[in-house]
Design a protein around this ligand. Structure first.
Ligand code: DAH
Length: 345
């Protein structure tokens, strides 16, 4: 019996030594140490041994079993390590290969320009206000001194959704909403950028959807000179310090007096060219002193408070600033056009 155990140990250790894979090693474990294995078989025969022999044989059998499992364990570690190394070797990454370049996008030119204008006004103490694009007739027209049937409504061909709702034709309704919302009926200083919609046929200078930025300042003693000073700063910061502005009388139902602001033409320096249509001036925006009716309708005391407002179109400003000749370029998303406005830092 002793012999048999020694033999088994020898055989098993040889097998372990030769094993080249984890599966093979596991088979060895099962066949030598398992319940149906030869060692168990040998131990079963212990009943026939004398009382003196039994503990000696038992101790030997345990020794053999321990030796085999220790050998298996050790080999298992080696094989596992080899497996990991093989995997690592197979999956090596060649870090010297040049990477695939990531194409980096850039802000849309209108987004950049609107942010530039926002920053400028935030620097002058304004906050940004927003309003809905699907607007009520009341805020889009009536609260701006444009009652139903007013002929000036035709200045802005509208997309009506129901009798009382439409896609806003300008960002001016945000003025009315902000004044109405102001519970103290106190000072306001906002600009409101956003999309507006008009029933226009698209061409080089018209789009059925475009952007506007509205400005509104309400306080005691706000005067036309405040408006002029503000617009002068705006024009010089956006178009260049050498630009002059001029205010021309105009008409908007929500302002009185109303003006349009022109900037001096940079291309001809005022001499007259095709861009300024020979006048030396280019129209940029509409503005004026907030009409007392507009203040009163929003609950303001028009004896105490005055204000100015202005509205501009970022597309037009971008076209002049960057020399773009067709408004549709901003909306057709031709990557060759958009890429020209990438800022390379
Ligand atoms: N809402 C006008 C338009 O879309 C632009 C405008 C003119 C806005 C004068 C104003 C303003 O706030 O005072 O044509």
């Amino acid at each position: 019996m002793q012999e048999r155990l020694k033999e088994l140990q020898q055989e098993a250790l040889e097998g372990v030594n030769k094993a080249t894979g984890l599966k093979q090693l596991n088979d060895i474990r099962v066949s030598y140490l398992g319940k149906k294995g030869p060692i168990t078989e040998v131990l079963k025969g212990m009943g026939k041994l004398s009382a003196e022999e039994r503990p000696v044989m038992g101790a030997l059998a345990n020794e053999v079993r321990d030796a085999i499992s220790a050998a298996i364990e050790e080999k298992q570690k080696l094989l596992e390590q080899a497996e990991i190394e093989e995997k690592l070797a197979k999956e090596t990454i060649d870090v010297t290969l040049p990477g695939r370049p990531i194409t980096q996008g850039n802000h849309h030119p209108l987004t950049s320009l609107i942010e530039e204008i926002e920053d400028l006004f935030i620097g002058m103490g304004y906050t940004i206000a927003e309003g809905p694009e699907v607007e009520q007739d009341y805020y889009n027209f009536e609260a701006l001194n444009l009652p139903k049937g007013h002929p000036a409504r035709d200045m802005q061909d509208s997309f009506y959704i129901t009798e009382e709702t439409l896609l806003r034709t300008h960002t001016s309704p945000v003025q009315a909403r902000t004044m109405e919302r102001n519970e103290e009926k106190g000072p306001i200083k906002i600009i409101c950028p956003g999309k507006v919609y008009r029933r226009d046929n698209d061409d080089a200078t018209h789009s059925h959807q475009f952007m506007q930025i509205e400005g509104l300042v309400i306080d005691e003693n706000i005067r036309m000179s405040d408006l002029k000073g503000t617009l002068d700063v705006f024009a010089k910061k956006i178009f260049g310090e050498d630009r002059e502005i001029r205010l021309r009388p105009s008409f908007f139902p929500f302002t009185e007096p109303s003006v349009e602001m022109d900037i001096s033409c940079k291309i001809c320096g005022g001499a007259g060219c095709s861009v300024c249509k020979g006048t030396g001036w280019i129209e940029i925006l509409g503005a004026g002193m907030v009409h007392p009716n507009v203040l009163e309708m929003a609950g303001y005391d028009s004896k105490k408070y005055t204000g100015f407002a202005f509205g501009m179109g970022p597309e037009r400003i971008a076209m002049l600033k960057y020399g773009v000749d067709d408004i549709r370029h901003f909306y057709t998303n031709d990557i060759r056009f958009l890429k020209q406005f990438a800022k390379h830092e």
